[in-house]
Design a protein around this ligand. Structure first.
Ligand code: FES
Length: 96
């Protein structure tokens, strides 16, 4: 079990290594990260990993550009924790 800190929402929860970040969040009844398809298809669950080790599954370039990926931006439903993780909700500039 690893602790996930959602810094921008001041929330935290526990996530197993075999759970992606949204499944574990839902399991404890929280909704601090926007949740949609859970399959990498809708792009609503974008977060920026600020600290910690994670395993990232393949993400569509449609939702996360190479440049964004280099900045630690990921789809939460494609991220599996490997240590305590600190992240924030990523507000895309196109939504402002
Ligand atoms: S919930 Fe749809 S891409 Fe993550």
């Amino acid at each position: 079990m690893h602790t996930i800190f959602v810094k921008s929402e001041e929330e935290e929860y526990q996530c197993r290594e075999d759970q992606h970040l949204l499944v574990a969040m839902k399991a404890v009844g929280k909704s601090c990260i926007p949740s949609g398809c859970h399959g990498g298809g809708c792009g609503v669950c974008k977060v920026r990993i600020l600290a910690g080790d994670v395993e990232r599954k393949v993400m569509s370039r449609k939702h996360v550009s190479e440049e964004e990926q280099q900045q630690g931006i990921s789809l939460a439903c494609r991220v599996f924790p490997r240590s305590t993780v600190t992240l924030e909700i990523y507000e895309s500039t196109t939504h402002q």
